[in-house]
Design a protein around this ligand. Sequence first.
Ligand code: BV8
Length: 233
Amino acid sequence: MSAYHNIVILTGAGLSAESGLGTFRGPGGLWENFRIEDVATPEAFARDPVRVHEFYNLRRSWHKQALPNAAHLALARLEREHGGNVLAVTQNIDALHEAAGTKNLIHMHGELERALCAACGTSAPWKEDLSIETLCARCGEAAMRPDVVWFGEMPREMERIYEALGACDLFVSIGTSGTVYPAAGFVMEARAAGAHAVELNLEPSDGADLFLERLEGPATGIVPTYVDRLLAG
Ligand code: BV8
């Protein structure tokens, strides 16, 4: 039984990097080839919806080939075998946590494999390409968009996240550069609640100094090792 009872785990693009899904920043990152302002804001979608649909159709096609890696599987094992509460909050829009078996999960930046109707607000599972001609199955309007949170939009389930951060005794951040808010501020919320804070990342993140413990290396190496340590108590 682990020494911790309420664990919150924040994950970012680095967790899925070894599943072949690109990260945003760093060598070969998505933002090297696309500008956030052109593809990941409501203004970009209003200005050029065809271009934004192309960006997410491309990522959906990459996602079709991706499988959960040893780090996703280790986190699912932690949730299954740990006696306390384990909540995963992911910034990732891929479905690899679910594919690995994680159940207690919040997609704070939305989900690539869901589509949202901007006219009636209906969200539906969606694995194919989206276009400006796609009609909403509910209201029939051609107003479908990726069900993701763009810059300037409110992340999902923030109340539930802050509640969990206020009650946690361990906060683990995995594979995130700590550059995007409000996620990058979660470590301070957890520490204010008296939680231990650990960063598992390939290299120190922008918020590395805010963590009390750090393990560096690829997620498929350090996450299973850390989960073994947690479960050993
Ligand atoms: C909002 C979804 C408020 C779409 C994304 C202060 C407070 C509040 C807001 C702001 C603020 N300052 C600025 C803002 C605005 C903005 C922001 O943070 N901008 C940044 C650029 C400064 N934030 C927002 O707009 C957010 N909304 O705050 O709303 C509000 C209030 C009232 C009313 C309305 C609104 C919304 C942000 C969400 C944007 N959507 N994605 C999509 O995916 O296309 S963000 C995008 O970046 C992804 O979600 C991604 O997850 C996220 C963070 O990136 P990371 O996951 O960290 O990925 P990154 O590539 O950066 O880093 C990868 C890391 O992994 C690296 O450290 C690397 O070393 C490591 N790594 C690599 N390989 C491995 C590895 N680690 C381990 N193993 C490996 N193999």
